[in-house]
Design a protein around this ligand. Structure first.
Ligand SMILES: Cc1ncc(COP(=O)(O)O)c(C=O)c1O
Length: 438
């Protein structure tokens, strides 16, 4: 028997965490309400990141809390294989209602990573169902983040997430990322770089367009440090994929549910893909859930063969879990009743100017923004990449705000209920923190 103290921190191997640093100086959150967390010492922390880009409606919102409590008492679980329960269908219809025109079908998962695996598998199986089973290649993008499972890290483009995990999926190629130095300090979408989509033609020429199943990109890349699509880029990707019969997958795990001011980035940018992956804001982070949205054409390609046969051999024990569905419906209600997507859209110009006011702050080498998301890139300490931004994160937490860092980039994505005063607090605190950094 092990001799554990109640508060022993050793057993929990924390995800994407500097475990030794954390356990020497723990940062414990014990409660949350609206825009704030409460720490174990009783301090209030302004949430500048909507948890992990997921609590778009803010924390512990009454309608969501109530829906979950009610559902868990009424029916805790029901199988989704060969059985149904009404609210899974209701939520799917509600999602289709806010999705781009033509995205008519919903496949449930439990996370963004699972949504990505699901979308990649649907893309491969779709071509096979249509007699084009030679289309097996998948194209991702440098600096892309598509979760942590094998498909996702294979099409993803973040070296630390890939290099320790073997040879990954075969038959994957990558587009170049869209981060160009000439776009520094762009407000919203940058001017330069639409031509980077033409790299897909080069990949098509190399492999043969009819060997490629799908291209997956984040319409706006979040986890790699908020890299925006240059003007015209996404439309060019859409045109080239359509020309070669390649499916286009938008990974909307971060951009979905109002982050850019529209329900999805597809609508914000006016470009509709064939498949969309979602998670996070789907249930406001309350219960783990993801969903892949598919066009009618993709879905219908599977609907043949004998009627008693399963059309897609894929699914999870918790696909469409009733408690997650209840949270999802209440979340969509909260977004709509409180006009939170509209709030994000109308606050976006204020957010933009507030962030760009940090242009002259210490160590800042770039600022990027869109909707209610923003990044502040710092000059790295020579020979110690990531340390300056990580120190900023620790000091910001001490000063009462939660931010996120990736490399030497600070990213912020507050709940969509944020006010102008709270934006001022976030940005003002960050200015002080930057001013005190070595
Ligand atoms: C674009 C994108 N895809 C996938 C994921 C993975 O989601 P999860 O952590 O829920 O598996 C994330 C998470 O940040 C993401 O930003």
């Amino acid at each position: 028997m092990h001799d554990h103290k109640a508060n022993d921190l050793d057993a929990f191997w924390m995800p994407f965490t500097a475990n030794r640093q954390f356990k020497a100086n723990p940062r414990m959150l014990v409660a949350a309400k609206d825009m704030h967390y409460t720490t174990s010492e009783g301090r209030q922390i302004l949430d500048g990141t909507a948890g992990l880009w997921c609590c778009n409606a803010g924390h512990c919102r009454p309608k969501i809390v109530e829906a979950v409590q009610k559902q868990v008492a009424q029916m805790d679980y029901a199988p989704a294989f060969q059985m149904g329960h009404p609210i899974a269908f209701e939520l799917a219809n509600r999602l289709v209602d806010i999705a781009p025109e033509g995205m008519d079908h919903v496949f449930y998962t439990n996370s963004g990573s699972e949504s990505v695996e699901t979308a990649l598998k649907i893309a491969l199986a779709y071509h096979r169902a249509r007699g084009e089973g030679q289309r097996t290649r998948l194209i991702g993008r440098e600096r892309g983040y598509h979760g942590v499972n094998f498909g996702g890290i294979s099409v993803g483009g973040i070296v630390t997430n890939r290099k320790n995990f073997g040879t990954l999926l075969a038959g994957v190629d990558h587009l170049p990322h869209t981060h160009l130095p000439e776009n520094r300090f762009s407000k919203g979408q940058p001017e330069h770089g639409a031509h980077l989509a033409d790299e897909l033609e080069r990949i098509v020429t190399l492999h043969g367009g009819d060997t490629i199943a799908a291209v997956i990109v984040e319409p706006m890349a979040g986890s790699t440090g908020v890299l925006l699509p240059p003007k015209g880029y996404l439309q060019r990707l859409r045109d080239i994929t359509a020309k070669h019969g390649i499916l286009l997958i938008f990974d909307e795990v971060i951009t979905g549910f109002g982050r850019l001011g529209a329900p999805f980035a597809a609508q914000h940018y006016g470009v509709t893909p064939d498949l969309m992956t979602t998670a996070k804001g789907l249930t406001n982070g309350t219960i783990p859930m993801g969903a892949v949205l598919a066009s009618g054409a993709v879905h219908d390609a599977f609907m043949n063969g004998p009627e008693h046969m399963i059309e897609l051999f894929h699914g999870y024990t918790y696909s469409g879990n009733p408690i997650a569905c209840a949270a999802g419906i209440a979340t969509l209600d909260t977004y709509a009743e409180e006009g939170l997507f509209e709030n994000a859209a109308s606050l976006a110009p204020y957010w933009q100017e507030a962030l760009h006011s940090l242009r002259d702050a210490r160590h800042v080498i770039d600022i990027r923004n869109e909707g209610l998301i923003g990044a502040i890139e710092l000059d790295p300490i020579a020979g110690e990449p990531t340390k300056r931004a990580f120190t900023a994160f620790l000091k910001a937490y001490e000063a009462g705000i939660l931010i996120r860092t990736t490399g030497d980039i600070i990213a912020m994505s507050p709940p969509l209920m944020i006010t102008k005063d709270q934006i001022d607090t976030l940005v003002g605190t960050l200015r002080d923190v930057l001013g005190k950094l070595d």
